[in-house]
Design a protein around this ligand. Sequence first.
Ligand code: AMP
Length: 259
Amino acid sequence: MKVCRTIAEVRAELAPRRSGSIGLVPTMGALHGGHLSLLRAARAECDTVAMSLFVNPAQFGDERDLDAYPRDETRDLEVAAEAGVDLVFAPAADEMYPPGFQTWVEVTELGSILEGRFRPGHFRGVATVVLKLFTIVCPTHAYFGQKDAQQVEVIRRLIRDLALEIELRVLPIVRDADGLALSSRNALLSPGERERALALPRALSTKDPEAARALLAASNGVVVDYVERADFDPPVLAGAVRVGSTRLIDNVILEGDNA
Ligand code: AMP
């Protein structure tokens, strides 16, 4: 597995592989079973698998949130190698945002609702870094998790609006046995907080916004940002809560079979 720190290295490494399919799995690291499911799908479907490992400062509104984000590059590289990744792109921030950087991509409407309302600028950071990763890697396929349903919707719109020649692959949410969706942020929860966090998947499993809000309102130590039906493809009941200083998001599909 090749680990690249610069855009030039990625391009040189991928140049001889362009005749085959290239799958890109964008991640912020602290890899878990959710990431693994994306990597496995990419490995099964593509000739070359590239994974990016970049905690994107532009999608964090709060410096403390960015600083607290879990990082373990050594372990992530082991997990990626084990999953059969061919190339990891793990750039420093100034490789992605060189001095004077001022070009941003904004998916205006989709980026401003739900998560966008509580995290202004978040999807601008996501769309910009994902488009830049797309132009660096030029993947034929890109892999994202349904866990971040609004992110999927934003990327789908970006691909359509800018006529990118990339097949978007969306994989189902991977959960722990108790129902909590796997997330790098779960590592930040104390045992008590983790127990309280279970209120979110339990509430969403009602698939009813009113019932979900009522369940969460009755849960101690859980602050609700929103629980709303979102008319995505497929439609979901999406929620975001804060447990202590950790913010968690989750969703359930309301129609179709991709639960
Ligand atoms: P992140 O490292 O949190 O930016 O996530 C990288 C990718 O993994 C995104 O496409 C996420 O939607 C996806 N992902 C994160 N958690 C899960 C999960 N529990 N199940 C499925 N996909 C996930």
